[in-house]
Design a protein around this ligand. Structure first.
Ligand code: CTP
Length: 408
């Protein structure tokens, strides 16, 4: 995406806290609006002492939120709705006070309330006296927030409002704008890439009412599909039977059996750049599917002959040219060794291994803990995290594994 259009139509919340640098937020707002962003300004209780909300209202064309405990409680709800759907929260200028509140989840005014309720991408641009910025408690708060994924645009050196010279001046508005563009560009790191993701279990029918399956919920594959879509990819999700809603903005192909999944993947493989085989594909299917329901009357036992299904990854490996191939390995023993064997055997670029014997991770659960192995057989153990966060960490590595454009 072009650097000039990356902010077009993006919904940005500009949080202004009570610093002498609050007037510079006007220039930040002007640059954002000029770049095509839709900006909603939220001011802290102290910020309104430095600059009037009307200035921001006139420039943004949107109402400015600066009160919490007013008689109009629907205003708080409305602003929480606005912020929840925002693409980015920018706090500029950020005082030591708002940083402390954000780091510790304190919500006692309009701005801190909204900061605590927002879970999306957040950029903080501190502005304060140099001694305050050097203070250990402030530094620890910043470190804490960085660990949670909050980005910081460091203050600049120069003359401060108190007359001293040091690091504490709000970053130049044009530098701030560049940082925001950079953040959106990195969020779009899958732009132009076509991803094929498989998810869920397969059902291998025995008769009209019975089938062989496994407990895969599909959550990991759906999380990967949604995360890749959010990062700009064109995503096709081929899913076995699950009870999860179809993610918006993703092309969805539903299937039931390993054979159907194999057909869909083979048909679409040549048009994709990355195939992520997250589905728990049944390895065996009944040789015969009975037309009528199998009756128990007169039977002391029942023999069912199973035949191996097509190995989808092996089938596509034979057709691979530029595509990146990612497999998953759900293992109950010898996790790394078994996953490595599959990586080599199926000629994969990555394998994501998870230990299904550990409680609370893998099939069905909301969280996962996986080990990622690349084709050079380097392993990386990721922490226990919600599946959507695991999805983003995996995508970070997959994008680095893509052939560079000059090589392809
Ligand atoms: N897979 C596949 N086709 C199959 C079975 C599995 O493409 N018929 C894919 C899965 O989607 C996964 C990877 O292969 O990405 C490993 O699946 P897994 O079931 O763990 O491995 P198998 O090769 O089936 O070996 P086993 O079940 O014996 O561990």
């Amino acid at each position: 995406m072009s650097n000039n259009t990356v902010l077009c139509d993006k919904k940005i919340i500009l949080g202004v806290s009570g610093s002498i640098a609050a007037y510079k937020a006007v220039e930040v707002l002007r640059l954002l609006v000029q770049a095509g962003a839709r900006v909603h300004v939220v001011m802290s209780a102290n910020a309104v002492k430095f600059i009037t909300p009307l200035t921001f209202e006139a420039l943004s064309g949107n109402p400015v939120y600066h009160e919490v405990f007013d008689s109009n409680s629907s205003s708080l709800m409305e602003h929480i709705r606005v912020i929840e759907s925002a693409d980015l929260l920018l706090i500029a200028p950020a005082t030591a006070g708002i940083i402390g509140k954000m780091a510790n989840g304190i919500a006692d005014d309009s701005l801190s309330n909204l900061c605590v309720s927002y879970n999306g991408v957040t950029i903080v641009a501190p502005a304060m006296n140099d001694n305050m910025y050097a203070n250990l408690a402030v530094k620890e708060n910043i470190k804490k927030m960085k660990r949670r994924g909050v980005k910081f645009v460091d203050p600049e050196q120069g003359e401060l409002a108190c007359g001293s010279i040091g690091q504490g001046r709000l970053a130049d508005p044009s530098n701030l704008l560049e940082s925001i563009k950079k953040e959106f560009n990195s969020m779009n790191d899958f732009y132009g890439l076509r991803l094929l993701v498989t998810a869920g279990p397969t059902h291998e029918p025995l008769d009209p009412v019975r089938f062989i399956t496994n407990p895969s919920s599909g959550k990991m594959g759906y999380a990967l599909a949604s995360a890749a879509r959010d990062r700009g990819a064109t995503v096709t999700l081929i899913s076995g039977p699950t009870s999860i809603p179809v993610p918006e903005g993703v092309r969805f192909v539903s299937c039931r059996t390993a054979c159907e999944m194999n057909d869909h993947v083979l048909q679409m493989f040549s048009d994709c750049d990355i195939l992520i085989m997250c589905a728990a594909v049944g390895d065996f299917a009944p040789k015969q599917i009975k037309k009528e329901k199998i009756k128990k009357k007169g039977k002391s036992s029942l023999d069912i002959q199973l035949l191996p299904t097509e190995d989808i990854l092996k089938n596509v490996a034979a057709k691979k040219d530029r595509q990146l191939l990612v497999g998953f390995a759900a293992e109950s023993e010898n996790l790394t060794q078994s996953a490595l064997e599959k990586l080599r055997d199926k000629k994969l670029d990555f394998i994501v291994a998870n230990d299904i014997s550990s409680p609370g991770i893998g099939f069905q659960s909301e969280s996962n803990q996986v080990t990622l192995i690349n084709k050079d057989e380097n392993t990386k153990k990721l922490p226990l995290l919600p599946k959507v966060e695991i999805a983003h960490l995996l995508l970070d590595d997959f994008i680095k594994g893509m052939p560079r454009s000059e090589e392809s």
